[in-house]
Design a protein around this ligand. Structure first.
Ligand code: ATP
Length: 378
């Protein structure tokens, strides 16, 4: 339909971006399709709507010169090909009309810059000026242009690179990693809401630790979640060492990701030990302790959500409660009595099942056998 509509208007149109990438990767149906028109995207959207039997409503975003319509459960977005140039202070570029090449040049990664021709005589031809296909094959995240400029122009791309590397289990090319480390400070011009969207996508991936390790390695984590960076490292005093709570946390997150799709339970896993950095103490008698870290941690959850402008709603309270209780079943495991178990179940209320999933992940990463031993008691 789009192909016929573009021909009727005498303009060229292409599918571009995520749909093309996921189509080649056979990643299942991509939920949105991006169309680039060499001309007006809005006119093309209107023509397409005319040619669909039930004439879906076209939503027009005048400021961006884009239009969107829904077809079945797919969102189709139309945009005129554009050329972009950036200024220092903002990630919003100056936009002019451009060619398909200009439009491909403004894309973030080679694998997101591939286009399929919709012109009837060339239908389905792949336009891949930056060897995106090769990068898909090599599982590589690479920028079409100079990485230093790409990430500096729009620092959100640093988060996107890490997010795609996590979702697709791809490697980020070295030059990009260097450019991200160099430009990490520019993440400050990105709104918190955008950062959280990317963080959530990393957390919802199959192996979230890929993303958090990259965020740490490039130095971005210092800006985004310094509470996690503070968990890094092992101190040694009088021959006693504690575990590295940063890597332990990532193990717990990966483990829980295998047992639940619940984003908030994954957040709880990510934050379950954050109170350990400020409460860490060494005493000659008992060695390393993290006394009261659960209370501290749950207070920190509130501050962290507030800083990242995440909603301070029931989901936040859920994460707080799990962080607060996360050590309880583990402590009880030393000495499980009926009354202690009843107390725990009572205190956990509706959250008891989630708490058990979190504790299972926490203990399994420390001592798989130990958890099995007392699990049935709950
Ligand atoms: P997903 O839907 O899984 O997030 P996607 O690739 O469709 O993947 P979108 O955010 O919908 O991601 O973006 C659509 C396309 O727009 C991308 O494939 C890319 O070509 C381009 N794009 C999006 N954001 C940027 C950006 N910050 N800089 C450059 N190009 C971008």
């Amino acid at each position: 339909i789009i192909s016929q509509s573009a021909e009727a208007l005498g303009i060229d149109a292409y599918v571009i971006g995520g749909f093309v990438r996921d189509f080649i990767l056979k990643r299942g149906q991509h939920k949105d399709i991006d169309i680039v028109a060499i001309g007006s995207g809005i006119d093309l959207a209107r023509q397409v709507a005319k040619n669909i039997p039930n004439h879906p409503k076209v939503q027009i975003f005048k400021t961006y010169g884009t239009a969107m319509l829904r077809y079945e459960d797919i969102e189709v977005e139309f945009v005129g090909a554009r050329k972009e140039s950036y200024t220092e202070e903002s990630r919003n570029p100056i936009v002019e009309n451009g060619t398909l090449e200009d439009d491909q040049n403004r894309r973030d990664f080679t694998i997101n810059a591939m286009a399929l021709d919709l012109n009837p005589s060339r239908f389905g031809d792949l336009l891949d000026p930056f060897d995106g296909l090769k990068d898909l094959d090599a599982k590589l995240i690479r920028t079409p242009l100079d990485p230093d400029i790409t990430y500096s122009d729009d620092p959100l791309r640093m988060m996107r690179a890490i997010r795609f590397a996590t979702q697709l289990n791809f490697t980020i090319e070295n030059a990009s990693l260097i450019a991200i480390s160099k430009n990490k400070d520019r993440i400050k011009i990105i709104t918190k809401e955008r950062i959280v969207v990317e963080l959530n996508k990393i957390l919802e991936s199959e192996v979230p630790s890929i993303g958090f390790l990259l965020l740490e390695q490039t130095g971005l984590l210092d800006y985004i979640l310094p509470e996690l960076v503070a968990l890094k490292g092992i101190d040694e005093k009088e021959g006693q060492r504690h575990k590295d709570n940063f890597y332990h946390t990532l193990e717990v997150v990966d483990n829980i990701a295998q047992n639940t799709d619940d984003l908030w339970l994954r957040w709880a896993a990510l934050l379950h030990d954050i109170g350990k950095a400020p409460t860490k103490k060494f005493s000659k008698k008992v060695g390393w302790t993290f006394h009261g870290h659960e209370f501290e941690g749950s207070k920190m959850v509130y501050r962290l959500f507030k800083r990242l402008k995440m909603p301070l709603n029931e989901k936040m309270k859920f994460v707080q409660k799990l962080v607060l209780m996360s050590s309880r079943p583990i402590a009880l495991a030393q000495d499980v009595t009926d009354s202690a178990v009843r107390r725990l179940v009572f205190d956990a209320g509706d959250y008891v099942d989630d708490l058990m999933i979190l504790c299972e992940a926490d203990i399994t990463t420390k001592n798989p056998r130990k958890f099995k031993k007392y699990h049935n008691n709950f």
